[in-house]
Write a protein that binds this ligand. Structure first.
Ligand code: G1P
Length: 293
Protein backbone atom coordinates (compact mmCIF):
# COMPACT_ATOMS: atom_id res chain seq x y z
CA UNK A 1 0.00 0.00 0.00
CA UNK A 2 1.25 3.49 -0.84
CA UNK A 3 0.87 5.58 2.31
CA UNK A 4 3.63 8.15 2.01
CA UNK A 5 4.57 10.93 -0.40
CA UNK A 6 7.81 12.80 -0.86
CA UNK A 7 7.68 16.32 -2.27
CA UNK A 8 11.07 17.62 -3.43
CA UNK A 9 11.02 21.41 -3.02
CA UNK A 10 14.63 22.41 -2.51
CA UNK A 11 15.48 23.80 -5.97
CA UNK A 12 16.51 27.44 -6.40
CA UNK A 13 13.85 28.36 -8.95
CA UNK A 14 16.32 30.14 -11.22
CA UNK A 15 13.84 29.94 -14.12
CA UNK A 16 11.57 32.28 -12.18
CA UNK A 17 13.91 35.01 -10.96
CA UNK A 18 13.70 37.63 -9.55
CA UNK A 19 10.62 36.61 -7.52
CA UNK A 20 12.34 33.41 -6.35
CA UNK A 21 15.38 35.23 -4.97
CA UNK A 22 13.89 35.37 -1.49
CA UNK A 23 10.76 33.29 -1.96
CA UNK A 24 10.34 29.58 -2.72
CA UNK A 25 8.89 28.93 -6.19
CA UNK A 26 6.61 26.34 -4.57
CA UNK A 27 4.90 29.24 -2.77
CA UNK A 28 3.99 31.08 -6.00
CA UNK A 29 0.23 31.49 -5.78
CA UNK A 30 -2.33 30.35 -8.28
CA UNK A 31 -4.78 33.13 -7.41
CA UNK A 32 -4.73 32.78 -3.60
CA UNK A 33 -3.33 29.31 -3.02
CA UNK A 34 0.37 28.41 -3.12
CA UNK A 35 1.34 25.82 -5.71
CA UNK A 36 2.57 23.35 -3.08
CA UNK A 37 -0.82 23.38 -1.36
CA UNK A 38 -2.38 21.96 -4.54
CA UNK A 39 0.28 19.23 -4.49
CA UNK A 40 -0.41 18.40 -0.83
CA UNK A 41 -4.14 18.32 -1.63
CA UNK A 42 -3.51 15.90 -4.51
CA UNK A 43 -1.66 13.60 -2.09
CA UNK A 44 -4.53 13.72 0.39
CA UNK A 45 -7.10 13.13 -2.36
CA UNK A 46 -5.05 10.06 -3.34
CA UNK A 47 -5.37 8.61 0.16
CA UNK A 48 -1.91 9.70 1.39
CA UNK A 49 -1.67 11.33 4.78
CA UNK A 50 2.03 11.25 5.48
CA UNK A 51 4.09 13.72 3.50
CA UNK A 52 7.79 14.48 3.61
CA UNK A 53 8.82 17.77 2.05
CA UNK A 54 12.48 17.99 1.03
CA UNK A 55 13.23 21.64 1.63
CA UNK A 56 16.42 23.64 1.64
CA UNK A 57 17.90 27.07 2.03
CA UNK A 58 15.34 29.90 1.78
CA UNK A 59 12.33 27.61 2.05
CA UNK A 60 11.08 28.56 5.52
CA UNK A 61 7.86 30.02 4.08
CA UNK A 62 6.73 26.50 3.13
CA UNK A 63 7.10 25.30 6.73
CA UNK A 64 5.29 28.35 8.04
CA UNK A 65 2.46 27.86 5.56
CA UNK A 66 1.63 24.39 6.92
CA UNK A 67 2.23 25.35 10.55
CA UNK A 68 -0.35 26.88 12.91
CA UNK A 69 -0.53 30.63 13.17
CA UNK A 70 -2.24 31.25 16.49
CA UNK A 71 -2.05 35.04 16.13
CA UNK A 72 -3.79 34.95 12.75
CA UNK A 73 -6.41 32.47 13.96
CA UNK A 74 -7.11 34.68 16.97
CA UNK A 75 -7.41 37.80 14.83
CA UNK A 76 -9.76 36.20 12.29
CA UNK A 77 -11.94 34.86 15.09
CA UNK A 78 -12.07 38.23 16.78
CA UNK A 79 -13.09 39.94 13.54
CA UNK A 80 -15.76 37.33 12.86
CA UNK A 81 -14.05 36.17 9.64
CA UNK A 82 -15.09 32.59 10.21
CA UNK A 83 -14.64 31.30 6.68
CA UNK A 84 -11.01 32.48 6.57
CA UNK A 85 -10.48 31.13 10.09
CA UNK A 86 -11.52 27.64 8.99
CA UNK A 87 -9.42 27.81 5.82
CA UNK A 88 -6.33 28.86 7.80
CA UNK A 89 -6.71 26.41 10.67
CA UNK A 90 -7.38 23.57 8.19
CA UNK A 91 -3.93 24.08 6.66
CA UNK A 92 -2.05 22.87 9.72
CA UNK A 93 -4.26 19.79 9.93
CA UNK A 94 -4.36 18.80 6.27
CA UNK A 95 -1.91 15.96 6.65
CA UNK A 96 1.03 14.78 8.66
CA UNK A 97 3.71 16.95 7.08
CA UNK A 98 7.40 16.45 7.86
CA UNK A 99 10.40 18.39 6.63
CA UNK A 100 14.00 17.57 5.94
CA UNK A 101 16.59 19.85 4.38
CA UNK A 102 18.72 18.89 1.43
CA UNK A 103 22.15 20.14 2.44
CA UNK A 104 23.54 20.82 -1.02
CA UNK A 105 21.64 21.22 -4.28
CA UNK A 106 22.93 18.08 -5.95
CA UNK A 107 19.87 17.18 -8.00
CA UNK A 108 16.49 15.47 -7.83
CA UNK A 109 18.00 12.02 -7.27
CA UNK A 110 20.05 13.30 -4.33
CA UNK A 111 16.96 15.02 -2.88
CA UNK A 112 14.98 11.76 -2.99
CA UNK A 113 17.75 9.90 -1.15
CA UNK A 114 17.02 12.12 1.90
CA UNK A 115 13.66 10.35 2.24
CA UNK A 116 15.20 6.91 2.82
CA UNK A 117 14.74 6.74 6.59
CA UNK A 118 11.27 8.20 6.40
CA UNK A 119 9.80 5.83 3.82
CA UNK A 120 11.82 2.73 4.87
CA UNK A 121 10.77 -0.45 3.01
CA UNK A 122 7.53 0.96 1.72
CA UNK A 123 6.70 2.08 -1.81
CA UNK A 124 6.14 5.84 -1.90
CA UNK A 125 4.90 8.59 -4.16
CA UNK A 126 7.16 11.37 -5.47
CA UNK A 127 5.37 14.58 -6.39
CA UNK A 128 7.37 17.51 -7.74
CA UNK A 129 6.50 20.63 -5.75
CA UNK A 130 6.42 22.96 -8.78
CA UNK A 131 4.01 20.91 -10.87
CA UNK A 132 0.26 20.77 -10.51
CA UNK A 133 -1.99 18.50 -12.48
CA UNK A 134 -5.63 19.19 -13.05
CA UNK A 135 -7.59 15.96 -13.42
CA UNK A 136 -10.86 14.29 -12.46
CA UNK A 137 -8.99 11.49 -10.66
CA UNK A 138 -5.82 12.76 -8.90
CA UNK A 139 -2.80 11.66 -10.93
CA UNK A 140 -1.10 10.12 -7.90
CA UNK A 141 -4.23 8.02 -7.41
CA UNK A 142 -4.06 6.97 -11.08
CA UNK A 143 -0.45 5.82 -10.52
CA UNK A 144 -1.33 4.03 -7.27
CA UNK A 145 -3.96 2.04 -9.20
CA UNK A 146 -1.27 0.90 -11.66
CA UNK A 147 1.12 0.17 -8.78
CA UNK A 148 -1.52 -2.00 -7.11
CA UNK A 149 -1.76 -4.04 -10.29
CA UNK A 150 2.00 -4.67 -10.82
CA UNK A 151 3.67 -3.86 -7.44
CA UNK A 152 6.49 -2.14 -9.34
CA UNK A 153 7.56 1.49 -9.84
CA UNK A 154 5.23 3.57 -12.01
CA UNK A 155 6.04 6.88 -13.71
CA UNK A 156 3.49 9.42 -14.95
CA UNK A 157 4.20 10.41 -18.56
CA UNK A 158 2.65 12.67 -21.16
CA UNK A 159 3.16 13.21 -24.87
CA UNK A 160 5.19 16.31 -25.74
CA UNK A 161 6.07 17.91 -29.08
CA UNK A 162 9.43 16.74 -30.57
CA UNK A 163 10.98 20.22 -30.07
CA UNK A 164 10.29 19.99 -26.32
CA UNK A 165 11.71 16.54 -25.53
CA UNK A 166 15.11 18.06 -24.58
CA UNK A 167 13.49 19.64 -21.49
CA UNK A 168 12.34 16.37 -19.90
CA UNK A 169 13.16 12.86 -18.83
CA UNK A 170 12.03 10.69 -21.76
CA UNK A 171 11.04 7.04 -21.58
CA UNK A 172 11.49 4.20 -24.02
CA UNK A 173 9.10 1.30 -23.77
CA UNK A 174 6.35 -0.88 -25.16
CA UNK A 175 2.67 -0.12 -24.81
CA UNK A 176 0.83 -2.88 -22.98
CA UNK A 177 -2.52 -1.17 -23.15
CA UNK A 178 -3.91 2.18 -24.23
CA UNK A 179 -2.19 4.10 -21.41
CA UNK A 180 0.35 1.76 -19.80
CA UNK A 181 3.92 1.12 -20.97
CA UNK A 182 6.53 -1.41 -19.94
CA UNK A 183 9.81 0.50 -19.76
CA UNK A 184 12.97 -0.57 -21.57
CA UNK A 185 14.98 2.63 -21.08
CA UNK A 186 14.97 6.21 -19.96
CA UNK A 187 17.09 9.26 -20.66
CA UNK A 188 17.27 12.69 -18.99
CA UNK A 189 16.89 15.67 -21.33
CA UNK A 190 17.99 14.00 -24.60
CA UNK A 191 19.40 16.19 -27.34
CA UNK A 192 16.87 17.16 -29.99
CA UNK A 193 16.64 14.42 -32.59
CA UNK A 194 17.94 11.77 -30.17
CA UNK A 195 14.83 11.21 -28.09
CA UNK A 196 13.73 7.56 -27.74
CA UNK A 197 10.05 8.64 -27.78
CA UNK A 198 7.81 11.65 -27.19
CA UNK A 199 6.69 10.42 -23.76
CA UNK A 200 7.97 12.79 -21.10
CA UNK A 201 8.29 12.20 -17.37
CA UNK A 202 5.69 14.48 -15.83
CA UNK A 203 6.64 15.00 -12.19
CA UNK A 204 4.71 12.19 -10.47
CA UNK A 205 6.13 8.77 -9.61
CA UNK A 206 5.46 5.75 -7.41
CA UNK A 207 8.80 4.23 -6.45
CA UNK A 208 9.78 0.99 -4.76
CA UNK A 209 12.35 1.20 -1.92
CA UNK A 210 14.93 -0.50 -4.19
CA UNK A 211 15.45 2.96 -5.71
CA UNK A 212 17.55 3.99 -2.69
CA UNK A 213 20.10 1.25 -3.46
CA UNK A 214 20.57 2.40 -7.05
CA UNK A 215 20.68 6.06 -5.99
CA UNK A 216 23.83 5.20 -4.03
CA UNK A 217 25.44 4.07 -7.29
CA UNK A 218 24.47 7.01 -9.51
CA UNK A 219 27.14 9.52 -10.44
CA UNK A 220 26.30 13.11 -11.40
CA UNK A 221 24.83 13.29 -14.93
CA UNK A 222 23.07 16.08 -16.85
CA UNK A 223 23.84 19.52 -15.40
CA UNK A 224 26.31 17.90 -12.98
CA UNK A 225 23.39 16.66 -10.83
CA UNK A 226 22.42 13.28 -9.44
CA UNK A 227 19.46 12.55 -11.70
CA UNK A 228 16.48 10.45 -10.63
CA UNK A 229 16.12 9.41 -14.29
CA UNK A 230 19.64 7.88 -14.22
CA UNK A 231 18.78 5.98 -11.02
CA UNK A 232 15.59 4.63 -12.58
CA UNK A 233 17.53 3.45 -15.63
CA UNK A 234 19.75 1.43 -13.26
CA UNK A 235 16.66 0.19 -11.42
CA UNK A 236 15.49 -1.30 -14.71
CA UNK A 237 18.31 -3.88 -14.43
CA UNK A 238 16.74 -5.13 -11.20
CA UNK A 239 13.00 -4.58 -11.47
CA UNK A 240 10.26 -3.87 -13.99
CA UNK A 241 9.14 -0.26 -14.27
CA UNK A 242 5.88 0.92 -15.79
CA UNK A 243 4.85 4.28 -17.20
CA UNK A 244 1.30 5.55 -17.30
CA UNK A 245 0.01 8.17 -19.70
CA UNK A 246 -2.20 9.91 -17.17
CA UNK A 247 -5.54 11.61 -17.73
CA UNK A 248 -5.28 15.30 -16.88
CA UNK A 249 -3.52 18.54 -17.67
CA UNK A 250 -0.06 19.30 -16.29
CA UNK A 251 0.98 22.83 -15.31
CA UNK A 252 4.68 23.57 -14.81
CA UNK A 253 4.70 26.47 -12.38
CA UNK A 254 8.46 26.95 -12.71
CA UNK A 255 7.94 28.21 -16.27
CA UNK A 256 6.69 31.82 -16.51
CA UNK A 257 4.39 31.40 -19.51
CA UNK A 258 2.91 28.19 -18.14
CA UNK A 259 2.38 29.95 -14.82
CA UNK A 260 0.41 32.75 -16.49
CA UNK A 261 -1.74 30.27 -18.40
CA UNK A 262 -2.40 28.28 -15.22
CA UNK A 263 -3.54 31.39 -13.38
CA UNK A 264 -5.99 32.21 -16.19
CA UNK A 265 -7.37 28.68 -16.37
CA UNK A 266 -7.80 28.36 -12.61
CA UNK A 267 -9.45 31.79 -12.41
CA UNK A 268 -11.98 30.72 -15.03
CA UNK A 269 -12.80 27.68 -12.91
CA UNK A 270 -13.57 29.79 -9.83
CA UNK A 271 -17.23 30.66 -9.49
CA UNK A 272 -16.61 34.19 -8.19
CA UNK A 273 -14.23 35.09 -11.04
CA UNK A 274 -15.46 33.07 -14.02
CA UNK A 275 -17.88 35.62 -15.43
CA UNK A 276 -16.15 38.97 -14.77
CA UNK A 277 -12.78 37.54 -15.71
CA UNK A 278 -14.08 36.07 -18.96
CA UNK A 279 -15.60 39.45 -19.80
CA UNK A 280 -12.27 41.11 -19.10
CA UNK A 281 -10.41 38.60 -21.30
CA UNK A 282 -12.82 39.32 -24.16
CA UNK A 283 -12.21 43.04 -23.70
CA UNK A 284 -8.44 42.59 -23.81
CA UNK A 285 -8.54 40.36 -26.89
CA UNK A 286 -10.90 42.75 -28.75
CA UNK A 287 -8.71 45.75 -27.86
CA UNK A 288 -5.49 44.01 -28.88
CA UNK A 289 -6.98 42.80 -32.16
CA UNK A 290 -8.12 46.34 -32.93
CA UNK A 291 -4.69 47.75 -32.10
CA UNK A 292 -3.04 45.09 -34.20
CA UNK A 293 -4.94 46.20 -37.34
C1 G1P B 1 12.69 17.02 -13.60
C2 G1P B 1 13.09 15.60 -14.00
C3 G1P B 1 12.64 15.30 -15.44
C4 G1P B 1 11.15 15.56 -15.58
C5 G1P B 1 10.80 16.98 -15.11
C6 G1P B 1 9.29 17.19 -15.08
O1 G1P B 1 13.45 17.93 -14.37
O2 G1P B 1 14.49 15.43 -13.86
O3 G1P B 1 12.94 13.96 -15.76
O4 G1P B 1 10.74 15.35 -16.92
O5 G1P B 1 11.31 17.23 -13.80
O6 G1P B 1 8.97 18.49 -14.75
P1 G1P B 1 13.56 19.51 -14.01
O7 G1P B 1 12.32 20.14 -14.58
O8 G1P B 1 13.63 19.61 -12.53
O9 G1P B 1 14.81 19.97 -14.71
Amino acid sequence: MVRKAVIPAAGMGTRFLPVTKAQPKEMLPIIDTPTIQYVVQEAIDSGIEDILIISGKGKRAIEDHFDRSLELEFLLNQKGQHEQFHEISRLSEMANIHFIRQKELKGLGDAISYARQHTGDEPFAVMLGDTIIDSAIPVTQQLIDVYNQFRQSVIAVEEVAPEKTHRYGIIDGKAIDERTYHLSGMVEKPETGHSPSNLAVAGRYILTPEVYKVLEMVTPGKQGEVQLTDALRLLLNRENIYAYRFEGKRHDIGNKLDYLKTTVEYALKREEFAEPFMEYLHEVVTREEKNGK
